[in-house]
Design a protein around this ligand. Sequence first.
Ligand code: GRF
Length: 188
Amino acid sequence: MTEHMNIAVFASGSGSNFQAMVEHETIRPHIKLLVCDKPGAKVIDRAEQYGIPVVVRRQADFPGKESYEQDILKHLQEQTITWIFLAGYMRLIGPTLLHPFSGKIVNIHPSLLPDFPGLNAIQQALKAGVRETGVTIHFVDAGMDTGPVIAQQTVPVLPGDTENTLQTRVQKVEHTLYPETIVKLINK
Ligand code: GRF
């Protein structure tokens, strides 16, 4: 791994995946920035605890998506970011960020894509009555959870599962699969 692997994590929520990355000793030194679009999100506290710089921006405070992403791009460039890992960032990435980071933006999704894309993937799996679901890590393109798959791991759906119990099982897999995949990607 070279000195030039500078990671920004984009997250909007709790940040348990962000925490799993930060706790991984190979990844930790490369995390230079957290970008968050939800003031007050728990992930912001986690970043501050680890002394990781945070940029909090609400798209609603900008005239549109392009100017919002231009502002974020400026911060990414200031930190010479080379990889973006989305971890519960609940927005589509627009061309302003996709073009300069082509092939360098990765997302984690709590289903076996192409099954159950978009919101509430755990709920969708329960409703569909599938016996297994899982976790997908994929490159980001302009679509919703549509880019090329990098890694997948299955998770069983057990009789009596609720959204909570299934989500807990899925997230446990996320917290090892994402860091492992990141290490492989940035080592290439
Ligand atoms: C994860 O389940 C991830 O797959 C999805 O959003 C959730 C984020 O959880 N994209 P957390 O904020 O990392 O706890």
